[in-house]
Ligand binder design. Sequence first.
Ligand code: PLZ
Length: 448
Amino acid sequence: MTAHITVGGTDLVQERRLVTGIPGPRSREILERKEAAVARSVGHTLPIVADVAGGGTLLDVDGNSFIDLGSGIAVTSVGNSNPRVVRAVRDQLDRFTHTAFTVVPYESYIAVAEKLNQITPGDFTKRTALFNSGSEAVENAVKIARHATGRQAIVAFEHSFHGRTNLAMALTAKSAPYKQGFGPFAPEIYRVSGSYPYRDGGLTGQEAARRAIEHIENELGSQSVAAIIIEPIQGEGGFIVPAEGFLSTLREWTECNGIVFIADEIQSGFARTGMWFAVDHEGVVPDLITMAKGIAGGLPLSAVTGRAELMDAAQVGGLGGTYGGNPLACAAALATIESYEEDGLLERARRIGDILTDRFTELQRADPRIGQVRGRGAMIAIELVDPDTLSPDPALTSKVVKYAHQNGVILLACGTYGNVIRFLPPLTIEDPLLHEGIGIVADGLARS
Ligand code: PLZ
């Protein structure tokens, strides 16, 4: 029997259903207005316009129902318009929408901080500061690390993505489309190789970490480094899971050298991988963690949580922002975290990961263009390659992704070489829908 959920009074059947060509006439009309009104450089992946979304589906304005395998880039992990989140935000809306926490504080911000201090790894005393976007959290983590250490250099990694603001853009590896034409970039950012097991000739985690450390010691000197910032699983760069031991070796070295270890868990965090944070899989304890995306069920909120002595180092008034930790977003975050805990969503992420991994590993046996199936929990990807040379195949990737879009599946690509398909379903998606979505991707591969 097909499941139904109700979102804002709309009966949202949990099924894939196309009633027009894609895009339908209403979407087409609105997207024409987009072209005339919105800056061209703000692109979009699917040529449809959203109407209602929840569970594992998104309904467009023409009545087409899509299977959601993207969660708005790993954001709506608790499902779009999750009932707990809607209720909490609505209650807050009726009381006040803003005071500026730095003018008049409110309890929900403090409760979010308490909760984040509790669920992030590390049994030391922690503090938290809230912001609006992932980029802003990254910027603030760097401010905090520089202030606390009195050092300036920040080390980032190949294939990294840390955001689009000036400093975050400087930390991001890939030029087009993120950086091209947008310089000059923030100074004192250095990039070293990370660990990309599929493409770095089988280096072990320790070897890849030693390579990075030697590079830093030779070219920078460890004493000038304030922090390293690393995505424990690289997101936009291609869902790259570093070889085991890479993160822990770096962690050990930073600890010995007074360098702040910043884990950017903006994409990999918040139950996505089946644990609260991706570092938890390896028992690595960062000094600072940046969080956003899955933290607040779709409302804009980000956070930096970390060691109290680092977080408290800067002068009062040194961190802040008009909207950081907005009361609606804080209410949403508390309800979102409750949903992860009460609705068994961490376990659900692991189960989704098993389904995706099993199905694609099976497909890979018959189709060597699937070079690798990788990831953790509900953060799984396939890297598509030329089977003879293993060189990246972005053309195939884009064909499969387009096929999925035309056939009612929201699917995202990623990867430095544009040849990775990533799966980030909401954790509320049901098995039959997930299987159907995978089937469409398999069809797309078979036909391309
Ligand atoms: N750090 C690890 O994944 C955002 C970017 C989409 P913001 N990733 C999605 C796009 O095209 O801009 C991200 C991330 C990691 C930082 C960020 C930045 O987060 O909320 O987009 O600023």
